[in-house]
Design a protein around this ligand. Sequence first.
Ligand code: PA5
Length: 431
Amino acid sequence: MSLTLNTEYLKGFLTEAELSAASKEAAEAARALAEGSCAGNDFIGWRSLPTDYDREEYARIKKAAARIRESAQVLVVIGIGGSYLGARAAIEFLGGAHFNDLAPLKVLFVGNSICPEELQHALDLCEGKDVCVNVISKSGTTTEPAIAFRVFKKYMEDRYGKQEAAKRIFATTDKARGTLKELSDREGYETFVVPDDVGGRYSVLTAVGLLPIAAAGFDTDKILAGARAAQQAYANGGDNVSDLYAAIRSSLYRKGKKIELYTCYDPAFTMFNEWLKQLYGESEGKDGKGIFPASVIFSTDLHSLGQYIQDGERTVFETVVAFRNVRRDLTVQAEPSDFDGLNYLAGKTMSEVNRTAMQATLMAHVDGGVPCLVLEADAMDETSLGELFYFFEHACAVSCALTGVNPFNQPGVEAYKKNMFRLLGKPGYTK
Ligand code: PA5
C-alpha cells in the first residue's frame, strides 16, 4: 500500500480527544460495513470487486477492448454520472488532460448533458475515422444517454449498416432487465454487466469503468491489483488510512467545516475530482446533512479561488492528493540575460517548484484557518489509481455512517426529473 495520510496540517483544528472518538466510530462503521450490517447493505458489492469479479466477463472486456483498438480511432462512451465519471477520471489521470490529442484512439464522452452542440461536435469528430460505441446505463432509461444513444445508433447504422454497427456497439447495463438490455439482445450487441449490488458511483471497477479504460490502452490488471491491496488493508476496519480519513473529515464537519475542497497540483486530476464530487455529494448529501464537496486544481485555481480559500468564510477544509513521483519533468534552464528574472530557479525541475508551491500554500492556508490533509500516493499510475478509487469508496461509506445517512441511495435526484418529464409531456408524468 503506497497511500499515506499526513495530518500535520490539522494541528490546532482538532484535539486528540475529538479525533480519537471519531476514529472509534469509524472503526465500528467499517466493521458494520465488513459484516454487511450497515445501512444500504444490498449495495455493498463494490467492496469485493477487486477479488470477486466475473473472470469470464473480465476476459471478454479485454478482448472487446483489443477489438475496439484494432478497428476504431474513436470510441464514443455514452453515459452519465456513475456511468461515465470513473472511466473518464481514470483515462485523464493516466493519460493526462490532453489524452485525446495525443492517443491513437480518442475516447469521447457523450450523453452526460443535454447540450446539442456537444453531441454535434462528437459527431463531427467521428468524421473520417472508424468508430465504436460503448453505451453504459444501469437502468437503461436515463434521459441524457438515451438521447445520445438514439443519435449514435442511427449514425452507426447509416454509416456501417445494421450488421456491422451491431459489432461496433457494446452495451454495459443490467444483466437481465431494462430497455437497453432488451434492445442489445434484439440487435446482437455484446453486453457487459453492472452488478445488481453495485450502485453507479461505486461502479468504476466493473465493466462500466474497465471497458473504456482498457480500450484507451491502460492496464486494468494493475488497477485491480492496486484496489485489491486497499481492499485487504481496509478489510477489518480500524487501523488504516481510509478509516482515519473518514474520522478526520467527520470531526471537521462537526466543528463547522462544511465544505471539503479536493485539491491536486496536477491538471490530470481534474476529472478524478469530478468523480470524487459525485461519490461524496450523492452519497452524503441527504436528510439536511453532509459535507459539500468542491474541488480545485492548484496552482491554477490559486489565481481564481485562492483569495476565498485564504480569506473568505471559514467553513472550508482541504484534502490534498499528492504524488511522490512525477511521470515527466522539465528543468528550468539558465538564461544569460536573465530577462525575466527567473535565473534563481535555474537548475530546478518544475516538479520541485510545484512541490514547493504546495508546501507554501499548505502553510498559508493553515495560517488562514483552513485545516488541510495530505493524502500521498506513489505516482499517477494504474496501481495508485486502483488504490485511490478503493480508498475513497471505502472512506465514503464509513463517513456516511458517521454522518448518519445511507451512502448508497440518492432519493434527491428524482425531484428535477419529475418536473422535467411533466413539462416535456412524458407519458405517466403529465399531472
Ligand atoms: O451514481 C448513480 O447511481 C448515478 O449517478 C447514475 O450512475 C446515473 O444517474 C446514471 O444512471 P444509469 O446508469 O442508470 O443510466
